[in-house]
Design a protein. Structure first.
Length: 77
């Protein structure tokens, strides 16, 4: 699909929030393989992931920065 195809699909099927509209420290609903909410840190998202019987903090890129292992923040789920 490639990055352009991914971005086109996202914009046509959901209402993503562009990086320019995100607020540092704000938690957003969205989509990725490991969570449905993440906090914007200014350059990446941070979220809690269940791993090895506990929780760990992980970071993930905004969808505008790629198309694999990214978080797509949305206005509504």
């Amino acid at each position: 699909m490639g990055v352009e195809g991914f971005h086109k699909y996202v914009k046509e099927h959901i209402i993503p929030i562009p990086k320019s509209e995100l607020v540092v420290g704000e938690e957003y609903p969205g989509y990725c393989k490991d969570t449905n909410k993440a906090t914007w840190m200014g350059n990446v998202f941070c979220y809690k992931r269940k791993k090895s019987g506990g929780e760990v903090l992980e970071t993930i890129n905004h969808y505008e920065d790629g198309y694999t292992n990214v978080f797509v923040p949305v206005k509504e789920i």
